[in-house]
Ligand binder design. Structure first.
Ligand code: T3D
Length: 265
């Protein structure tokens, strides 16, 4: 993995790559440099077979504070961007790269995750948060609609009613509340955060990577499918999983009463 990005730290430990958004002085608000770096690194991690799990997190006291409002306002003043939807396409590329990644992606959220940073966390497959995390769909505060996939992910994760509440009121949702409503998978005290994220990431990196990719496809297409279509896809994906080395070895390990070792193949 390339490590010389601006505004992004890249660290690989075995099969786990951790991508740390690194503009702590503005709570990791997205400028174009950081957005392009994160997108490039996510796309590279998808291609790199030595990577079997990706963690996205933020440097300092926050996950991220959304779009950098200083650069947004400068772009408006100079007419650098004709329509904001053009600029949003850059975020859409990142969201799709995360969702289409053929391996698990974890958002590790410490402190605030506001605006589009919150929605980048929602695009990930699993979320771990600290007790002092603050999830804010901040868009309505500045009279915008949730973007970066927020309007898609929120109702699917927490239901229409809660999605509407978070989007319209734009109030903070704490880490424990986020866990209670299903916005995050796990909320832990700050002192346990790193160990929890590392253990989860290493566990996934040592798991059946190809089966995880097929699970992502099955679960993520289910919301748009009827039962018949989902059962058809399930069969196709299972044909695929059935042929993997990890599947054959895991069954053999079960029969021999030993722990399986997954190679990701
Ligand atoms: O371009 C497009 O495609 C449009 C897309 C838009 C997508 C979006 O994300 S819209 C939403 C943008 N984000 C926000 O509206 C959130 C703005 N920030 C805040 O409301 C607060 O900072 C927080 C609730 C996130 C955190 O509050 P707090 O009290 O913990 O920290 P703070 O003191 O407000 O912030 C610390 C510093 O970060 C501060 O700088 P300073 O005063 O120390 O020099 C603050 O200005 C800076 N900062 C925080 N958020 C942003 C930011 N600077 C630029 N852009 C930010 N988004």
């Amino acid at each position: 993995m390339r490590t010389d990005y601006q505004n992004l730290l890249v660290k690989q430990d075995g099969g786990v790559v951790t991508l740390t958004m690194n503009r702590p002085e503005v709570l990791n608000a997205f400028n174009d440099t950081m957005l392009e770096a994160l997108t490039g690194a996510v796309e590279e991690a998808a291609r790199d077979e030595s990577v079997r799990c990706v963690v996205i997190t933020g440097a300092g006291r926050a996950f991220g504070s959304g779009q950098d409002l200083k650069s947004l306002s400068a772009a408006r003043e100079t007419h650098a961007v004709a329509r904001v939807s053009e600029h949003l396409q850059k975020y859409h590329r990142l969201v799709l790269a995360i969702r289409n990644m053929p391996k698990p992606v974890i958002a590790a959220v410490r402190g605030v995750a506001a605006g589009i940073s919150c929605n980048i966390a929602l695009a990930c497959d699993l979320r771990v948060a600290t007790e002092d995390a603050r999830f804010i769909e901040a868009f309505a505060r500045i009279a915008l609609v949730p973007d970066g996939g927020g309007g898609y992910f929120l109702p699917r994760l927490i239901g229409v009613g809660k999605a509407m509440e978070m989007s319209m009121l734009a109030d903070e949702v704490s880490g424990p509340e986020a866990e209670r409503i299903g916005l995050v998978n796990k909320c832990v005290p700050a002192a346990e955060f790193e160990a929890t994220v590392n253990a989860l990431a290493q566990r996934l990196a040592n798991g059946p990577t190809r089966a995880y990719a097929l699970i992502k496809e099955l679960i993520y297409t289910s919301a748009e499918s009827d039962l018949q279509t989902s059962l058809q896809l399930e069969g196709e994906l299972q044909d695929n999983a059935f042929e993997t080395e990890d599947h054959r070895n895991a069954v053999q390990a079960f029969l021999e009463k030993r722990k399986p070792e997954y190679k990701g193949r």
